[in-house]
Design a protein around this ligand. Structure first.
Ligand SMILES: NC(=O)c1ccc[n+]([C@@H]2O[C@H](COP(=O)([O-])OP(=O)(O)OC[C@H]3O[C@@H](n4cnc5c(N)ncnc54)[C@H](OP(=O)(O)O)[C@@H]3O)[C@@H](O)[C@H]2O)c1
Length: 305
């Protein structure tokens, strides 16, 4: 009988949670609630997990998708549109209550509890809503993905030939962590049943500044990539008109607040918990960056939404 329901299982993080959860519990214990049910690979489908349709925008679909779940993973909705994002999450939390879910796990983000970063505000609103919901919960403040490094390094494009990276406000430490490590840690926390009504930080094992990361990238691409902190207006002008939503001024102004958070050390916090849970060293950011640069030039657009 289904005990675990996972949302976001076609995405970068959720697919890793599913992969590792399948190693920890029988496939017959797992159902996935998918926005687009045709998005699962044949390999995953062949495990026999149950596939349900669930759209955060459609509460009735969530009632069907979360039915019978003892443990439910809500992977945050991928958008930086604040109100829309919070609405999607509150829809999911309300549906979990109606369905009698016993333990809800929510993937929040690793910025501080009093963060100045725009991208963290919908998570903080969701955390508060969940804490007041009466549900048993675990809030997982997932660390900054190593895989998202181009977004932090001025939308770095390996094919672009640039010799500098312009960022607004400040450089600062980031405790980068790979999505496979986060996925395994999240799956292990869900399977253990521990950490009821706690907020956990799943960070990498050490913090690296953007300048340090730029030096790593320089060595890998064979040209010097200098990090320069510039006024916000210069940053916005430099990236306005770029591809997709990240070329829009409103997005760039919001994203610029991330660097104010860096100045406060919000992302430099290292918590040993994830490494303890996995019982092995975490994958260093340098390794992920090297793999990404070798694999493809088209590594960064996925996060500019
Ligand atoms: N920690 C970090 O450093 C970091 C970095 C970047 C982003 N994030 C955020 O962390 C979360 C997970 O990241 P990710 O890499 O797994 O993102 P992702 O690859 O974009 O996956 C997002 C998942 O959400 C699903 N989804 C989209 N619209 C939905 C809806 N209306 N109802 C239900 N599910 C919906 C997607 O399903 P479909 O494919 O079917 O649409 C997909 O499975 C996202 O909120 C993302 O924005 C975190």
């Amino acid at each position: 009988m289904v005990k675990y329901v996972l949302t976001g299982a076609t995405g970068g993080l959720g697919s890793q949670v599913l992969k590792y959860l399948l190693q920890l519990v029988p496939a017959s214990d797992i159902a996935v609630s998918l926005h687009n049910p045709s998005g699962l690979s044949q390999e995953i489908l062949s495990t026999g997990i149950e596939v349900r349709q669930g759209d955060f925008a459609d509460p009735a679909s969530l009632d069907r998708a979360f039915a019978g779940a003892e443990k439910l993973l809500i992977v945050s909705y991928p958008s930086i549109a604040h109100e829309l994002r919070v609405q999607m999450h509150t829809n999911a939390i309300d549906a979990a209550k109606r369905c009698g879910v016993k333990h809800l796990y929510y993937t929040s983000l690793a910025f501080a509890g009093d963060s100045v970063a725009a991208v963290m505000q919908a998570h903080l609103d969701t955390e508060r809503y969940l804490q007041a919901s009466g549900l048993t919960y675990t809030i997982l403040r997932e660390g900054i993905y190593s895989e998202s490094f181009p977004l932090y390094l001025g939308f770095f494009d390996p094919a672009g030939g640039a010799h500098e990276v312009r960022v607004p406000h400040s450089d600062g430490g980031v405790a980068w962590v790979s999505r496979p490590d986060l996925g395994e840690g999240t799956a292990r926390i869900m399977a253990s049943g521990a950490h009821a009504n706690e907020t956990l930080l799943l960070s990498g094992a050490r913090a690296r500044t953007l300048a340090q990361l730029a030096a790593t990238v320089s060595a890998l691409v064979g040209r010097t990539l200098a990090l320069r902190v510039v006024p916000e207006d210069e940053y916005v002008r430099a990236h306005a008109g770029g591809p997709g939503p990240r070329g829009e001024e409103a997005f760039l102004r919001k994203w610029a607040t991330t660097y104010r958070a860096l100045a406060r050390g919000e992302l430099a916090v290292v918590d040993p918990l994830l490494q303890q849970i996995l019982g092995r060293p975490l994958k260093p950011v340098e390794e992920t960056v090297a793999e990404m640069l070798q694999a493809s030039g088209a590594v960064m657009e996925q996060y500019a939404k």
